[in-house]
Design a protein around this ligand. Structure first.
Ligand SMILES: Nc1nc2c(ncn2[C@@H]2O[C@H](COP(=O)(O)OP(=O)(O)O)[C@@H](O)[C@H]2O)c(=O)[nH]1
Ligand SMILES: [Mg+2]
Length: 231
């Protein structure tokens, strides 16, 4: 008897994009990622926070798999990690601040044996056009704390352009629903002794729409995440 398989072949790479009201950017983001990954085996997952605009519809029309989550960027990423079918996962923002061309190096780093590759704006070759002075100071302060408390050697912390070996994600036991997710990933990677590498990344200004990070409340929750992990 012939068995009909309804399962499609697993892609090698899953690109996970958390979105909230990004209708002015999402088309271009998906287009650029598709062009960089052309010829490779990949899927694009958009995890949308119930945008009030056309973000989800545009993403679906362009062939992305669209999932929904209403708890925040961190929660959306956790959902994307769980649902991803690839063996290499890449997280990227939807606001055109991350350069899709850098994705090849993020993928290669996992291919050659690293568990996590983190874009860094603060090593040679990296940079940012999207970080007010207060956030720059805050990020530096948190980097120092994390390196000190968790015996790590990071140059950047609150930056979401990263790649992961899928089978190591569970070890991170992620729980942060909002913007402390990147901090939690960095801390847990250090605690679990994962093989981590940083590569330079240039962060551009968000193209259209509003940033959702709130410096004071999200800064506070990042500090709490650091302190909670000391226990
Ligand atoms: N699903 C989901 N995505 C979000 C949420 N908040 C922000 N994002 C997305 O997370 C990414 C980073 O957010 P952004 O506002 O640019 O943060 P900032 O650059 O740190 O100010 C973007 O792709 C946002 O659309 C949320 O509550 N839910
Ligand atoms: Mg942004």
């Amino acid at each position: 008897m012939q068995q009909k398989s309804t399962k499609r072949a697993r892609p090698k790479i899953s690109v996970i994009i958390p979105t909230l009201n990004e209708e002015g950017n999402i088309r271009q983001v998906i287009r650029r990622i598709s062009s960089v990954l052309s010829g490779m085996s990949y899927e694009i997952l958009v995890v949308d926070g119930y945008s009030e605009d056309r973000t989800a519809r545009i993403a679906a029309d362009m062939g992305a798999r669209v999932l929904y989550d209403n708890k925040g960027k961190g929660s959306a990423l956790i959902k994307g990690f769980k649902e991803a079918r690839g063996s290499i996962l890449v997280s990227i923002d939807a606001d055109l601040s991350n350069e899709p061309k850098e994705m090849k190096l993020l993928i290669d780093s996992i291919d050659i044996g690293y568990d996590i590759c983190m874009g860094s704006r603060f090593i040679t070759g990296g940079g940012t056009q999207d970080m007010p002075f207060v956030r720059r100071i805050g990020n530096r302060f948190f980097v120092i704390l994390v390196n000190l408390f968790f015996n790590a050697n990071y140059s950047d912390l609150c930056y979401g352009y990263r790649s992961f070996r899928k089978d190591k994600i569970k070890l991170l036991a992620l729980k942060q629903n909002r913007f402390a997710i990147e901090t939690e990933i960095s801390i847990m990677a250090a605690k679990r002794h994962l093989k981590v590498i940083e590569i330079p990344s240039v962060e551009k200004k968000r193209d259209s729409g509003q940033g959702k990070l709130r410096t004071v409340s999200d800064g506070w929750s990042i500090l709490c995440t650091i302190l909670e992990n000391l226990r």
